[in-house]
Design a protein around this ligand. Structure first.
Ligand SMILES: Nc1ncnc2c1ncn2[C@@H]1O[C@H](COP(=O)(O)OP(=O)(O)O)[C@@H](O)[C@H]1O
Ligand SMILES: Nc1ncnc2c1ncn2[C@@H]1O[C@H](COP(=O)(O)OP(=O)(O)O)[C@@H](O)[C@H]1O
Ligand SMILES: Nc1ncnc2c1ncn2[C@@H]1O[C@H](COP(=O)(O)OP(=O)(O)O)[C@@H](O)[C@H]1O
Ligand SMILES: [Mg+2]
Ligand SMILES: [Mg+2]
Lengths: 295, 112, 112, 112
C-alpha cells in the first residue's frame, strides 16, 4: 500500500508541476513558444497571468478544493466540493474558466449541484481537476465513474466531458496499481472503442480547451514521452491550453513513474507548503479508498 | 439577458466590485461620467476666484447578466453603493437581445 | 420608463441642460465621447506637419424619464441642440425595465 | 432599430471601423472605458513591490442600425475585433424604439 500512496502523491504533485510548467505558455502556439523559448524545459513563470515561477492556476486549485473536501468529509461529499469551489471563487483566484465560474455561481445563488446539459460544456474544466476522485475511489471503478461525473456536473454537463473524466479515472486507477505503461496503452485502446473521438493515432496537434483536443494531446504526449520529463516537455511545447494538458499528463506520468521520475529542479520551484499539503491529502485519500479499507 | 447599469459615487467602485465578486460576478465595464441631479456641485478655486462646478464626477458600471440573477445583482449593487446621502446614484435595468463573446463566437448566456 | 440618449455638440451642453431644466428635468448623466459620421474631423498641426483627426468630440447625455414625457424631452433636446449644420447629433430612445434610487431604494417613476 | 454595442481592445478600433465602412456603416459613437474580466491588467511598480492593475483599457463602440443588417454588423465586428486571445471583448444588441437626426428632425431609419 505504501507504493500506492507514493504513486498517488506523485500523481497529485505531477498535476501541480504540469500546471506551473505549462501556465507561462498557456494560449501560445507551438511556433510562438519555439520562437520565445526554443524548447521550454524549465518552470519560468510569467505568461498572460503574470505568474511567479512555480505558481499554480485553476487546474491545481480546483483539484485541491476536491481533495480537501473529501479528506475533511472522510469520504464522498458533493456539497463539500461545491462549497470549496464557492469559497475558492470568492477568493479572487488567479484564473477561473467561464464555464466553471458560471456553474459555481449558480451553486452559490441557487444551490444547483448539477448544471443543465449545454452543448458548449465540452471544455476540459471538469476533467482537469478529477484526480482526487480517482484516489478516493481506488478499488471501486463503479464508484469512481459515479463520483467523477457528479463532480463534473457541478460545472460541466456534456457527454464528452463525462467521458473524459471516466477514461482518465480508469487509466489512473491502473497506473496507481503499478500497471506498466505498455499495458496502459492496451487498456486505453479498449476504452477508445467507446470514446472514438479521443483517438490520437493521427494526432493533429490541436491543443485547445475543447476536451477532445485536450484528451488527444494528453494521450499523444503521455505515450510518446519515455519518462516524466519528456511527457511534460512534449505537452507544454504543444502550446494551447498548455497548463491543463500538462497537468493531466503530469497526473498520469506521476502515477506511472513515481516520485523518482519527477525532476528535482522542477520540485524546487514549487511552493513547499503546497507540496506538503498535496502529500498529506494524497495519502489520506488513498487510506479512505475501498482498496485500502478492504485490506 | 439584461443590462444592469449603475451610476455610483466613484469611491464606491471597489466596494461594489467586491460585493459582486462575492456572488461570482467578475465581468464589468466601467466608465467615468458626470452627474447632474439633486446633489449640488462643489466650488473650485481658480486663479483666486471661486467658481461653482455644477456637475459631480460619477462612475458608471455596466454588467450584462442572465434574467435569473438580475434581481440579486441589483440588490447587491444597491446595498454596497448606498451611503444614504443625496447623490448615491441610480440603477437601470434594460433588455438585451443578444450577447457575443468575440474571442470564441459563443452567444447568449454562454458568452458572459 | 425610457432612456433618452443624446449625442450632441459639446458647446450645446449648457443650452440643452437649461432647456431640460425648464421642463422640470434635472437628473442627467453626461459623458465625453468621440463621434464618427458625416461631419469630418479636423486637421491638427503636430511638429510642423498637418494630421487629419477623423473623429469629432461629442457629449453624450443619458436621461431616464417616464413614458408620458418622452416625446416632450426628445423635442426639447432636438430644439436646443440644433444648429442646422452637419454633426448636430442624434437622439435614441430605448426601453428601461426598472430604475432604482440607491439612496432610498425607491423603484420605478419614484426613483427618478 | 437596434443598438449594437461592442467592447473591444483599443488597438482594434481602426480595423473594426474599416470593416464597418466596407459594409456601408459610417456613423459610430466611441468612448474609452475600463474593462474588468478574465484578462489581467498590466503590472505597476509601487514602493519596490509589483502590483497587477486589475482593469484593462477598452474601447466601447455604439452603432444604431436597422433590424435588417444587425446580424451582418455583429458578424463584421466579431471578425475584425477577434485576436483569439482572452479579453477580445463582447458585443451586445439592445432594442431601440426611436432615433432622431437633430439637424433635420428625421426619424427612424432615415435618421441613421
Ligand atoms: N433621470 C436620470 N437619468 C439619468 N441619470 C440620472 C437621472 N437622475 C439622476 N441621475 C444620475 O444619478 C446621480 C444621482 O442623482 P441625484 O439626484 O444627485 O441623487 P439621488 O439619486 O440620491 O436622488 C446623478 O449625478 C446623475 O448622474
Ligand atoms: N448610426 C449611428 N450610431 C451611433 N452613433 C451615431 C450614428 N450615426 C451618427 N452617430 C453619432 O452622431 C454624430 C453625428 O453624426 P453625423 O453623421 O456627423 O451628422 P448628422 O447627425 O448631422 O448627420 C456622430 O459624430 C456620431 O457620434
Ligand atoms: N458581463 C459583462 N458585462 C459587461 N461587460 C463585460 C462582461 N464580461 C466582460 N465584459 C467586458 O468584456 C471585456 C473582456 O472580457 P474578458 O473576461 O477579459 O475576456 P473574454 O471576453 O475573452 O472572455 C472585459 O474587459 C469587460 O470590459
Ligand atoms: Mg489554468
Ligand atoms: Mg488551462
Amino acid at each position: 500500500i505504501e507504493d500506492i500512496r507514493s504513486r498517488a502523491r506523485a500523481a497529485f504533485i505531477g498535476l501541480a508541476v504540469g500546471d506551473s510548467l505549462g501556465a507561462p505558455v498557456e494560449f501560445m502556439t507551438a511556433g510562438e513558444i519555439e520562437e520565445k523559448y526554443g524548447v521550454l524545459k524549465e518552470i519560468v513563470g510569467g505568461g498572460w497571468l503574470r505568474l511567479k515561477p512555480g505558481q499554480v492556476t485553476d487546474d491545481t486549485d480546483m483539484a485541491l478544493c476536491i481533495a480537501r473536501a473529501l479528506a475533511a468529509a472522510g469520504g464522498w461529499s458533493l456539497t463539500g466540493i461545491a462549497d470549496n469551489f464557492a469559497g475558492w471563487l470568492k477568493s479572487k483566484p488567479v484564473d477561473v474558466g467561464a464555464t466553471c465560474r458560471r456553474g459555481i455561481r449558480n451553486y452559490m445563488l441557487k444551490g444547483t449541484l448539477e448544471t443543465p446539459y449545454n452543448q458548449w460544456d465540452a471544455g476540459n474544466g471538469a476533467a482537469m481537476r478529477m484526480l482526487p476522485v480517482a484516489l478516493l475511489t481506488l478499488g471501486d471503478e463503479r464508484m469512481m465513474a459515479d463520483c467523477v461525473v457528479a463532480q463534473a456536473r457541478i460545472t460541466h454537463n456534456h457527454p464528452l466531458s463525462d467521458g473524459a473524466c471516466v477514461v482518465l479515472g480508469k487509466l489512473l486507477h491502473l497506473a496507481l496499481l503499478g500497471v506498466s505503461k505498455s499495458r496502459l496503452r492496451l487498456e486505453l485502446e479498449g476504452l477508445l472503442a467507446q470514446h472514438e473521438s479521443f483517438r490520437f493515432d493521427h494526432y493533429h496537434g490541436l491543443s485547445t480547451g475543447y476536451v477532445v483536443d485536450t484528451m488527444q494531446t494528453v494521450f499523444h504526449h503521455f505515450f510518446r514521452g519515455r519518462d516524466f520529463e519528456e511527457c511534460l516537455v512534449g505537452a507544454v511545447n504543444q502550446g494551447g491550453d498548455a497548463d491543463t494538458t500538462a497537468a493531466i499528463v503530469g497526473s498520469l506520468a506521476g502515477a506511472c513513474y513515481g516520485m523518482e521520475g519527477i525532476p528535482r529542479r522542477w520540485l524546487k520551484k514549487m511552493d513547499k507548503n503546497l507540496l506538503a499539503e498535496i502529500d498529506r491529502l494524497a495519502r489520506k485519500l488513498i487510506d479512505l479508498s475501498p482498496l485500502a479499507t478492504a485490506a | 439577458l439584461k443590462k444592469v447599469e449603475a451610476i455610483i459615487k466613484p469611491f464606491k467602485l471597489d466596494e461594489v466590485k467586491e460585493a459582486l465578486n462575492e456572488i461570482g460576478i467578475q465581468g464589468i465595464t466601467v466608465s467615468e461620467v458626470k452627474g447632474f441631479g439633486r446633489q449640488k456641485g462643489h466650488t473650485e478655486l481658480y486663479r483666486g476666484a471661486e467658481y461653482v462646478v455644477d456637475f459631480i464626477p460619477k462612475i458608471k458600471m455596466e454588467i450584462i447578466v442572465g434574467d435569473d440573477i438580475v434581481a440579486k445583482v441589483v440588490e447587491t449593487i444597491e446595498q454596497a453603493a448606498k451611503t444614504g446621502r443625496i447623490g448615491d446614484g441610480k440603477i437601470f435595468v434594460t433588455p438585451v437581445e443578444e450577447v457575443v463573446r468575440i474571442r470564441t463566437g459563443e452567444r447568449g448566456e454562454d458568452a458572459l
